[in-house]
Design a protein around this ligand. Structure first.
Ligand SMILES: Cc1ncc(COP(=O)(O)O)c(C=O)c1O
Length: 1029
């Protein structure tokens, strides 16, 4: 393969590079002469008549099923398509695509996805049920950070399964997001209360990556001057793997010590001067409870940070990490009402002291006020999104786990402090009973001197495998094998008396004689402070109250249930009910990620098929599903490239990553996390990559070039004709090409990263492949690679994932298949559209965007697209950018338009990315013509308001005061309204459709600066609420 790559470098790359002219553009002839890397033997059909067939295969009533999916997913009907095409000057879809996508890019290789014409909805459900049925539900006592939990039905149905919650976007527009912001604030407050640390974020991806973030934060806190990081050997093994994977790129040296022993503490003392921090697990992975006060003291005395991976249920009873000096507490909130789901999605938590508020990774919800002086929530300190700092970022977290954090927060709201303590006490009681029975009635030895929910048992006279077999065969119970002669058992809230009796029998061979009362946790371990004292955790305990609280919050928010969310670079397409419906099937939900693989055969079948389809769609050789966000995918892809060079002895040497200035902030952040030095590549005025600059930099750094990261179509929404020149030039200079697949929605079935010649890409299945955005997560960022990178795909500590070799990189996430429980969503999307439907998803996404562009181009400046024949790029890809900077002189900014759109019932497009002062619109294929037109009409109406403002007409002020919540319309004084220059009617109902249906903002424009200056990131306490009253 390497040889093939070299040949390729020497021939086409050299030829191509020379065709880049001095002004950074390519000559007209060069693009067409590039050879296609993969020959497209059969081509996808994108002719208009074929769309009619794909849209509705059952043209006449016959034997075939009528519940076809394409017409449910695609917004535009065939008639709509023809109408839009005519407006754009085309007769046929194919003709339009040929004019939009450069010829050497538009490959249209026929996908191998089966069934070719897609399953019908019912067939899909039956297929998924069958797969779920192949997973064996065994009661899990495996633990290791994943525990059984009862998902409260009121939360399952009204949050997890409610489109108002799962189809909303990250709450960047706070005025239409107060519901989920409140719920995330509850999450932060819950984490803060239980860990005892004042600052908590609104979730991270999983416990392993949260621990790696703690390590990186400790390292950067001392500016990289101390390279040792101490990890207790009783941290969960999967967490250790993720930390190791990250540490190796940053140059951090990990030291493993037994920090609950005197020897371990003495060793820590010896190296503390060179150590930037330490991490312990409390309770430890073997279940042991220890006091780590001395560890904290040593770390602090040497200016390091002390991090504690912990368990929220245990903390309802146990002393908090803050009690023994933790600077950081982290962990997984899964057992607060989120099922196993074969490893995720679950929300990790991360808390720290105030001192590190600006260094914490992830998003934080803060309390601020709105234009009218009322309390309002919003995402605090935009620096939370560390990747905004680009290559100076210390974390690349973007999408996190908002939906799951909301579930966990609501679980705490539902049970309240006493309810949670009761659950925890019962869990402890069960554990203690088993421990006592084993100690009293068997020769086995309990290794723990103190525990909460887990005990490790040193076996006597029987092997671990035999115990596991008895437990499984006689009691349908999984326990954890520590080594050949010891096992561990972890309890959770779902345990029954019968199961406890079964476990007693497994270990003692006797019938259980259970004590009348459950033992209580020894007082020396108990916390003495009150937990969860806030009103919200002490109010909604009846189902009526809870249902109304959930409904109250969701009704404050705009989601896809209300209107289109035209966020460029985010692809907020339909998350079809049929795709989401079976997420909660027990066969998918109740499988522990480290269960024996023969109990997860349904998952295996689905994972294999999904990986195969993604590899086909991207034109690559193999795929890993491990990364659980796009940014994690970027990190993984770059780590694979680094490993590729390591295998060639070039790890140290090849440390430069070229990244165009237009790239998403996670790109440079991920490169920095991979230990790469970022060299920016310029873009030209027309949005294209400056090929001359790119070539010069590739040439300059050719001895050290590791990779380039490009996004295709570019973040400017363009099918850059020079993409192949970029790829060839980088290959020619010895580097590899990372293609950010966040914009894959314009590629599927039309072209692909592999066909273009890239080496690796990630996909955001929470964009292109219809997984719901969940208000900021879950996500999944599969990484697809060319053949030469396959040997390095990540392995997992506990589970044999595909493609593992000696050279595989360590795990990048805690779970083997990332957020496996959401795979059915994207899998169904692919399987219901089939190989014939998928190319139309891209084609329609491109058509919808161009139709909107066409309708708006005469009143707004559209960036980088020149609609007049012959000059520049004629059509956008699946998104386009409206330039609002021309209105700045008249006092109008992008934010005014974004906020005013809320009065029209819309979520704003992506604001000021990738260019400040702009809006980037991406309609997706699932919006119909009526909705596209409704949005266009809103924009045209806003344009008139801009003109009014520019002309000094008083009513133009409507933009500056936007959005207008009901309390402004109804309660602001008569004098106030009289002075505004516009009426309440103009404010609230600028277009007639709003009188029949409107999603209202619930607060007025939120004051970001006030919130940042007066940072408050937990719910007000009962005292504060009382004080205000
Ligand atoms: C172009 C691009 N790359 C990468 C990402 C990061 O993906 P994620 O948010 O899943 O981490 C995004 C997210 O919006 C993006 O737009």
């Amino acid at each position: 393969m390497l040889q093939a790559l070299r040949v390729f470098r020497n021939t086409s790359a050299a030829r191509c590079a020379s065709r880049i002219s001095r002004n950074g553009r390519i000559s007209a002839t060069s693009a067409a002469t590039f050879s296609v890397r993969r020959s497209a033997t059969t081509k996808a059909d994108t002719l208009s008549p074929h769309y009619t067939q794909v849209y509705n295969p059952a043209q006449t009533v016959g034997y075939d099923k009528l519940d076809t999916f394409a017409r449910r997913h695609f917004g535009p009907s065939p008639d709509n398509v023809q109408l839009m095409l005519l407006k754009l000057g085309y007769k046929d879809f194919d003709e339009f695509l040929s004019a939009t996508v450069p010829a050497h890019v538009l490959i249209k290789r026929k996908l191998a996805v089966l069934p070719e014409n897609g399953y019908t909805e019912l067939q899909m459900l039956e297929h998924l049920e069958k797969l779920a049925g192949k997973n064996k539900i065994v009661r899990s006592f495996i633990g290791k950070g994943y525990y059984g939990t009862h998902v409260p039905p009121v939360i399952q149905r009204n949050l997890l399964e409610s489109p108002e919650w799962y189809t909303s976007y990250t709450p960047y527009q706070p005025e239409i997001s107060q519901g989920r912001l409140e719920s995330l604030l509850n999450y932060q407050t819950m984490v803060s209360s239980l860990t005892g640390l004042p600052m908590a974020n609104a979730s991270l991806l999983d416990e392993g990556t949260a621990a790696a973030e703690a390590m990186a934060m400790s390292f950067h806190n001392l500016r990289g001057k101390k390279a040792k990081y101490v990890v207790d050997s009783q941290v969960h093994p999967q967490t250790i793997d993720v930390i190791q994977s990250r540490a190796s790129k940053l140059g951090v040296e990990l030291v493993f010590l037994q920090l609950n022993t005197n020897e371990g503490v003495a060793e820590l003392e010896n190296i503390a001067a060179e150590t930037c921090g330490a991490l312990v697990q409390y309770p430890a992975t073997n279940g042991q409870l220890s006091d780590y006060e001395r560890v904290g003291e040593i770390v602090h005395a040497n200016k390091g940070l002390f991090a504690v991976a912990t368990d929220l249920l245990a903390l309802t009873l146990l002393k908090s990490p803050a009690d023994f000096g933790a600077d950081i507490a982290l962990g997984n909130s899964q057992r607060f009402g989120v099922p196993f789901g074969y490893g995720g999605p679950h929300a990790a938590f991360f808390a720290s002291t105030d001192k590190f508020s600006r260094k914490m990774p992830g998003r934080i919800v803060g309390v601020s006020k709105d234009r009218l002086g009322n309390q309002a929530l919003r995402l605090a300190l935009q620096t939370r999104e560390q990747h905004i700092k680009r290559e100076k970022a210390t974390s690349n977290i973007c999408t996190a786990q908002a939906l799951l954090a909301n579930m966990a927060a609501m679980y705490a709201v539902w049970h309240g402090p006493q309810g949670l303590k009761n659950i925890a006490s019962r869990v402890y009681g069960y554990t203690a009973v088993l421990a006592a029975q084993i100690a009293d009635n068997s020769a086995h030895k309990i290794q723990n001197s103190a525990f909460f929910d887990t005990i490790t048992i040193e076996l006597s006279g029987v092997s671990a495998d035999e115990v596991l077999q008895t437990a499984l065969e006689k009691h349908n119970i999984n326990i954890f094998k520590v080594d050949d002669s010891s096992v561990s058992v972890s309890f959770d809230e779902t345990v029954t008396k019968e199961e406890l009796a079964g476990l007693v029998e497994v270990f003692t061979g006797k019938q259980a004689d259970l004590p009348a009362e459950l033992p209580r946790i020894p007082s020396e371990w108990l916390r003495s402070d009150e937990i969860l004292t806030n009103e919200v955790f002490n109010t909604h305990h009846s189902e009526t109250a809870m249902l109304r609280y959930l409904h109250l919050l969701q009704s404050k928010d705009l989601s896809l249930a209300n209107s289109m969310i035209p966020l460029g670079s985010c692809t907020m397409k339909l998350n079809a009910t049929v795709e989401m419906q079976l997420l909660s099937l027990p066969g998918f939900a109740y499988i522990h990620p480290f269960a024996p693989v023969n109990q997860a055969e349904g998952y295996k079948e689905m994972v294999d098929e999904f990986e195969k389809d993604l590899s086909d769609i991207t034109g690559f050789a193999a795929t890993t599903l491990m990364p659980n966000s796009g940014a994690q995918g970027e990190y993984t892809g770059l780590a694979l490239i680094r490993q590729y060079f390591k295998a060639r002895g070039e790890f140290e040497k090849r440390n430069i990553c070229l990244i165009p200035v237009s790239a998403h902030g996670t790109n440079p952040a991920s490169a920095a996390m991979c230990g790469l030095k970022v060299v920016p590549v310029k873009c030209l005025e027309d949005g294209l990559i400056d090929l001359v600059d790119m070539q010069a930099k590739a040439e300059k750094h050719k001895d050290n070039l590791c990779a380039i990261m490009i996004t295709y179509p570019s973040t400017y929404g363009l099918f850059e004709p020079g993409v192949r020149q970029v790829i060839d030039t980088i290959h020619n200079a010895g580097g590899l090409v990372y293609l950010d697949g966040a914009n894959m929605n314009a590629q599927v079935g039309l072209t692909s990263p592999g066909d273009l010649g890239a080496d690796v890409c990630h996909l955001n299945i929470h964009k292109t492949f219809a997984l719901s955005h969940g208000g900021g997560g879950p996500g999944q960022g599969p990484v697809c690679v060319a053949k030469h990178l396959v040997p390095y795909l990540p392995k997992h500590h506990f589970i044999d994932v595909p493609h593992v070799t000696e050279e595989s990189i360590k795990a990048v996430n805690s779970a083997p298949f990332g957020s496996a429980a959401v795979i059915p969503v994207s899998y169904s999307y692919i399987k219901m559209l089939g190989s014939t439907g998928l190319p139309y998803a891209s084609a329609l996404a491109i058509l919808n965007a161009n139709y909107m562009l066409y309708r708006l181009k005469d009143v707004f400046n559209i960036m980088f697209v020149d609609h007049s024949e012959g000059k520049g790029i004629k059509h956008c890809a699946h998104e386009f950018i409206i330039d609002l900077r021309e209105f700045k002189a008249a006092g109008i900014e992008a934010i005014d338009v974004a906020k005013r759109l809320q009065d029209y019932g819309f979520h704003a497009p992506t604001m000021s990315f990738p260019v400040a002062g702009t809006l980037m619109i991406e309609p997706t294929e699932s919006e119909n013509l009526e909705e596209l037109d409704r949005f266009v009409e809103a924009m045209l109406s806003i344009r008139k308001e801009i003109d009014a403002h520019a002309n000094g007409e008083a009513w133009g002020q409507v933009l500056k005061n936007a959005p207008h919540p009901l309390n402004d319309i109804i309660s602001s004084s008569q004098e106030d309204w009289a002075a505004r220059g516009y009426t309440r009617e103009q404010a609230a109902f600028p277009l007639p459709y709003l009188k029949t249906s409107k999603c209202w903002p619930t607060v007025a424009r939120v004051d970001d600066s006030y919130g940042d200056i007066n940072l408050m990131c937990t719910c007000p306490s009962v005292e504060e609420v009382a004080g205000e009253a």
